[in-house]
Ligand binder design. Structure first.
Ligand code: SF4
Ligand code: SF4
Length: 258
């Protein structure tokens, strides 16, 4: 397992049109220190290399996100932080994020432009590597490109995801082994260990990090690594990319490991 998504909070101030937050049935909150530290300790134990300290929420709504990133970095792990940039960044604490591999801005149409622009200026001044991700729809790409040009930020387009088939997306769903469970697991804000970034409601669970090791969870998740989507009821309608879509050298990185 290369990456661990740690949902430091699942609160979000926005309601993006491509998001399924309105379908979330699990509790909303901020991860406790106990769960967070246990997750990072397990990540170290399992030789995870990169932590994504966010998932179904805006990480800057977690008042401790700066300290948490610093904690992850102090354990020798990489930090990739995603943000919608709609919450003012604390200038007094921004240096605590130094060492983060990158900061990804998810283009969110509802983010306050003044707050967003100020945040971008702070991040640029502090020389963070920033890129902007945008869902590949004209109405979103045009304003994202405008911001990208203004601040000289690389804009990367992404196919709209269908959240394991919950919302409609054009195009066929390819069958094959999904790329996601080959590289990641997710720790939800209450400590539940779940399958992947498309399982937004944590339906597929492998225990709770407070009483289950990541190694045990990784073993339980094996069917999702070795079987094609068509054999996995939860995955059959998901439009996430499959391993066969990638060049051979990428495919060779992933092999059956247990
Ligand atoms: S900012 Fe992210 S979590 Fe929040 S509504 Fe938009 S896509 Fe969903
Ligand atoms: S195919 Fe399954 S494992 Fe892959 S992203 Fe979709 S729901 Fe997750």
């Amino acid at each position: 397992m290369d990456s661990l998504i740690v949902e430091t909070t699942n609160h979000c101030q926005l309601s993006c049109p491509f998001c399924v937050r309105d379908k979330l049935t699990r509790a909303k909150g901020v991860m406790t220190d106990e769960i967070f530290e246990r997750a990072i300790s397990e990540a170290v134990e399992s030789k995870v290399t990169t932590i994504f300290p966010y998932y179904f929420g805006e990480p800057f709504l977690d008042k401790k996100i700066y300290e948490r990133c610093q904690y992850i970095l102090s354990k020798g792990l990489r930090v990739n932080l995603f943000t919608n940039l709609g919450i003012p960044i604390d200038e007094n604490k921004i240096s605590m994020l130094k060492g983060a591999t990158g900061i990804v801005i998810s283009y969110a149409p509802g983010a306050d432009p003044e707050v967003r622009d100020r945040n971008i200026e702070i991040l640029r001044r502090e020389k963070f590597v920033i890129v902007m991700h945008v869902v590949d729809e004209n109405a979103l790409v045009v304003p994202a490109n405008t911001i990208g040009r203004k601040y000289d930020i690389k804009v990367e387009r992404f196919e709209k995801t269908n959240w394991h088939g919950v919302i409609h997306c054009p195009g066929p769903v390819k069958d094959g082994r999904c790329i996601r469970p080959l590289e990641e697991l997710v720790i939800l804000q209450d400590g539940t260990i779940s399958l992947c970034c498309m399982d937004y409601d944590g339906e597929i669970q492998f225990g709770n990090i407070m009483n289950t090791s990541l190694e045990e969870a990784w073993k339980k998740a094996k069917p999702y690594r070795v079987l094609p989507k068509s054999k996995l009821p939860f995955c059959q309608k998901c439009n996430m990319a499959v391993l066969e879509d990638y060049p051979k050298w990428v495919q060779d990185l992933f092999h059956e490991d247990d």
